[in-house]
Design a binder for this molecule. Structure first.
Ligand code: GDP
Ligand code: MG
Length: 434
């Protein structure tokens, strides 16, 4: 979605004067991009109508760059459609704050419950997980395993989902846990039994929040599911999972408009730290292809060894970033999750690069090659001739061609960084803020 919208807007971005035909052309492109991204048809219509209105205003204004105003209108409208403000959790004055998790089987409920617990723990809270999915023993086991990974207490027993939920809340109160997250059973499709069960749990424990987990990869289907759940449960917000698999963003763009409930959190990977509050403004700029720099920085700060990061950043700014630094950053990236996830958030990274699949084996190979280089070679790869190449290949269990490819890639990366305005060579070439 980002690429197409970006293309559509780049045509008018710099225009000093906009004709009606310009606007209609851009709107048609925007409409197609949204439809292709599996955004609900009614939502597409609402979005384009509101953008047209704003665009007509921009044409009439004597502003120097109506093109930029239209881009801003699109950005504002996307933020609006995505829910405007970031969802804020408030806590029960008399703990615990109970959160009920709903969703279809496989939507990511159990994983998300653990991610939420981890999030609350990082906020200084003392969460507890309750396993009320008694469909299969494996479901309780899964939650137990995740709970022990994040060192959060977990409660379950073989009674009934309602009893477990009730007893879980009582247990939390007894041992002084202030947030309770109740994981429930899902079905493959929305059915009456499922709805009755969760509605009964809800009546019994009276949760402060009911979150519906929906799988972003299911596009419009997931939005229809959300509607069905919203009809029987008083949903407070949506948690979008598997945003990493949905390059198109259609679900995120449809759900608020169709269901009327905001997206509170989003998950973009299987790891427990691939999770955080959903920021409509950041998602909007990501869709527009400007890169979600803020999220990237936050994520980096969370896991990165600050010193290494600082050193790397300083060298980058000075244009002295070498293979040694590359190796260190690479190790940080491995800690952070995927390089792909990181690249997709950086502004200016070409699409070809974003779509590149980078697997751990590949990262390991690169790590091995750089580790087999001398200090001197790492700081100045241009001295690596055929015989050095052969030595590095032998030392790292790779081939000379692998080593050449790495050095070539590294040079290209350096070039790209310069063109992105990193490094002294082009300090004046910063990308303008839209
Ligand atoms: P549940 O049936 O609703 O409880 O779903 P689970 O939590 O068991 O998740 C189903 C599958 O989706 C598991 O394999 C999870 O690892 C995976 N999963 C959950 N969230 C994400 C996510 O954000 N990204 C990706 N790629 N996978 C996810
Ligand atoms: Mg589950």
């Amino acid at each position: 979605l980002g690429g197409r919208l970006e293309d559509a807007l780049s045509k008018i971005r710099g225009k000093a004067r906009l004709s009606e035909a310009d606007v209609e052309l851009a709107l048609r492109e925007i409409r197609n991009a949204l439809l292709e991204a599996d955004v609900n048809l009614l939502v597409v219509r609402a979005i384009t109508d509101r953008i047209r209105e704003a665009a007509v205003g921009a044409m009439a204004s004597r502003s120097l760059t109506p093109g930029q105003q239209v881009v801003k209108a699109v950005n504002d409208e996307l933020i609006n459609v995505l829910g405007g403000e970031t969802f804020r959790i408030t806590y029960e004055s008399k703990p615990p704050t109970v959160i009920l998790m709903a969703g279809l089987q496989g939507s990511g409920k159990t994983t998300t419950s653990a991610k939420l617990a981890r999030y609350f723990k990082a906020q200084g809270r003392s969460p507890m997980l309750v396993g009320a999915d008694l469909q299969r023993p494996a479901a309780v086991e899964q939650l137990k395993t995740l709970a022990s990974q994040i060192q959060v207490p977990m409660f379950s027993e073989w009674t009934s989902p309602i009893e477990v939920a009730k007893a879980g809340v009582a247990e939390a109160r007894r041992i002084g846990r202030d947030v309770v997250i109740i994981d429930t059973a899902g079905r493959l499709t929305v059915d009456a039994e499922l709805m009755d069960e969760i509605a009964a749990i809800s009546r019994e424990v009276r949760p402060k929040y009911t979150f519906l987990v929906i799988d972003a990869m299911m596009g419009q289907d997931s939005v229809n599911t959300a509607k069905a759940f919203n009809d029987v449960l008083e949903l407070d917000a949506i948690v979008l999972s598997k945003l990493d698999g949905d390059a198109r963003g259609g679900a995120a763009l449809s759900v608020k408009e169709v269901v009327g409930k905001p997206i509170a959190f989003a998950s973009d990977g299987e790891k427990l730290d691939n999770f955080g509050p959903f920021h409509p403004d950041r998602m909007a700029s990501r869709i527009l292809g400007m890169g979600d720099v803020l999220t990237l920085i936050e994520q980096a700060e969370r896991t990165m060894d600050e010193e290494v990061a600082e050193r790397g950043a300083k060298k980058l700014m000075e244009g002295k970033f070498d293979l040694e630094d590359f190796l260190q950053q690479l190790r940080q990236v491995k800690k952070m999750g995927s390089l792909k996830g990181m690249l997709s958030m950086l502004p200016g990274v070409p699409k070809e690069l974003r779509d590149v699949e980078i697997d751990d084996a590949e990262l390991g190979k690169i790590e091995a090659m750089i580790s087999s280089m001398t200090k001197k070679e790492r700081s100045d790869p241009s001295i690596i001739d055929a015989s050095r190449r052969a030595r590095i290949a032998a030392g790292s269990g790779t081939t000379s061609a692998n080593v050449s490819a790495l050095i070539k890639q590294f040079k290209e990366m350096q070039k790209m960084m310069r063109s992105m305005g990193i490094g002294p060579a082009s300090a004046t070439k910063r990308r303008p803020k839209p």
